[in-house]
Design a protein around this ligand. Structure first.
Ligand SMILES: [Zn+2]
Length: 405
């Protein structure tokens, strides 16, 4: 038996006037998911437990079978794992964005762009290298990542201030959170130096000359110490792979003890290598029991507020990933059970994540044509008094048809 979890990140949405009252998932042509849904089970999964923000970190932890209440320590330690950085027990990881701040108004600092104009990885690496050389060493260490996404490791435990995700404050006055970092003297010294370096750096002068946003600030957030998680092998005796373009998912996969497969051309956007991901999943299943395939593109389209991109991303997910994988397994008479779902909604109208229960298909190739008869949509569930899986992290037990070993 093979087990699959196929996730369209942020795929869920609300009905839109522009689509005649349909959601993007309903408007998209999704014959593969509709067929698997009609022949399978359909239920709602609570991926974001009470008291947690609806982040991809929390929601995907649930989907892969780990209770966020028990295992979630923060986003940054998960990303650190994906970058091959292991934290000592007394170290705290922070996601460290390069950002563009506007200080031109008195008493105000505006978060102009949490991506520093989608700065290139090459430019960013130059900046992070200088920050490490001049502000690192002592209790801080900087590690370069992709584009604006970097890591800051603190030797010691959580500081006594609250951090916030910069993408929640686009075009807003963020000065009170900025000042909070300066309450502690070691942080104040490090940040003062870092901002002075960034203000003068040739990379930023070149960006300004080219009409691009400068990376004139760093924004540490998402902090946490390293989680201790038993692997899926220890829990269920299964081995498997994580297929995703996104560091966060690779980090979760690392902690779950999965092989991390890097697919060439997997970008996290609508131009990603869908066929490559499907093929990687099929290759992994030749020798393994389980794959988790994650597609970021519907979420990015939701954040952009682009209906067309979201529909395209969902149709590509359906055709190239869901159909691409399941058709091949069916044609080879390989028995499998598959979950097809999303981690959370990223509604076009809100351009951010919500905590709605997510519609979830569970298909079993051995019980072909005994299922719901419904198409896959957010609405099919609400109209049909559907079962609710209140502990989303138990989805894995349902998929594997087993309790913990
Ligand atoms: Zn997500």
């Amino acid at each position: 038996m093979k087990y699959l979890i196929l996730v369209g990140d942020g795929m869920g949405d609300y009905p839109l006037d522009e689509l005649g009252g349909k959601t993007p998932l309903e408007a998209a042509k999704t014959p593969a998911m509709d067929e698997l849904c009609a022949q399978g089970e359909l239920f709602l999964t609570k991926t974001v437990p009470e008291g947690f923000p609806p982040g991809s970190d929390v929601a995907n932890l649930s989907l892969i079978g780990y209770d966020p209440d028990r295992y979630y320590t923060g986003r940054a330690p998960l990303e650190a794992a994906s970058m091959g950085i292991s934290l000592a027990p007394d170290e705290t990881a922070f996601r460290c964005n390069l950002v563009t701040l506007d200080r031109s108004l008195p008493e105000q600092i505006t978060m102009v762009d949490f991506t520093a104009g989608h700065i290139s990885s090459e430019e960013a690496a130059e900046l992070i290298e200088v920050l490490e050389a001049r502000c690192g060493g002592g209790i801080f260490r900087f590690y370069p990542g992709v584009s604006y996404r970097h890591l800051l490791i603190l030797r010691g435990f959580l500081p006594g201030f609250k951090t916030v995700p910069p993408h929640d404050y686009i075009d807003q006055n963020i000065s009170s959170y900025h000042q909070a970092y300066f309450q502690e003297s070691t942080w104040a010294a490090m940040l003062t130096e870092a901002e002075a370096i960034l203000a003068e750096h040739p990379v930023n002068r070149r960006r300004l000359d080219a009409g691009l946003l400068p990376a004139n600030g760093i924004w540490p957030w998402g902090e946490g110490t390293t989680p201790t998680m038993p692997s899926l092998f220890e829990r269920f005796g299964i081995i498997g792979s994580m297929i995703s373009a996104v560091d966060l998912l690779k980090g979760i996969g690392t902690f779950a003890g999965l092989d991390i497969i890097n697919v060439p051309g997997a970008t996290g956007f609508i131009d990603t290598n869908y066929e490559g991901k499907a093929q990687a999943a099929l290759d992994a299943l030749k020798s393994q029991d389980f794959v988790f395939v994650h597609l970021e593109a519907p979420d990015e389209s939701g954040h952009q507020g682009s209906i067309d991109n979201k529909i395209q991303a969902i149709e590509d997910f359906d055709q190239k990933i869901v159909d691409g994988i399941t058709k091949e397994l069916l044609s080879k008479n390989v028995d499998f059970r598959a979950v097809i779902t999303m981690d959370h909604f990223t509604p076009i109208s809100l351009r951010t994540h919500t905590s709605d229960l997510v519609p979830t298909i569970l298909y079993d190739s051995r019980r072909y044509k005994t299922g719901t008869g419904l198409p896959f949509s957010e609405r099919a569930t609400s109209e049909n008094d559907t079962e609710i899986l209140a502990n989303g992290h138990r989805l894995i037990n349902k998929l594997l048809e087993q309790a913990e070993v």
